[in-house]
Design a protein around this ligand. Structure first.
Ligand SMILES: [Zn+2]
Length: 79
């Protein structure tokens, strides 16, 4: 039973690296991603679903909010 704690934070630079938990090379997006709280290394969504499914759900929510905000911004600048 793993006690690894995860946190949602903004990924500002790493797009392709190894997941801190499963050591598989993964693609990450810039913006909200999952990190280990102790080492602050990126964690993939597969591990996220195992270790913190509620955070993965929040992440999906956060991403759609980001898209919504961007779409709103575009709508306003094109009026
Ligand atoms: Zn992983």
């Amino acid at each position: 039973m793993s006690t690894t704690k995860l946190v949602i934070a903004r990924n500002t630079g790493t797009r392709r690296t190894y997941c801190a938990l499963c050591n598989q090379q993964r693609n990450f997006s810039l913006g909200l991603e999952l990190f280990r709280i102790d080492t602050f290394e990126l964690v993939c969504l597969f591990c996220g679903r195992e270790h913190a499914p509620e955070l993965v759900a929040l992440l999906a929510l956060g991403r759609s909010a980001q898209h919504f905000a961007r779409d709103e911004h575009l709508a306003q600048t094109h009026v």
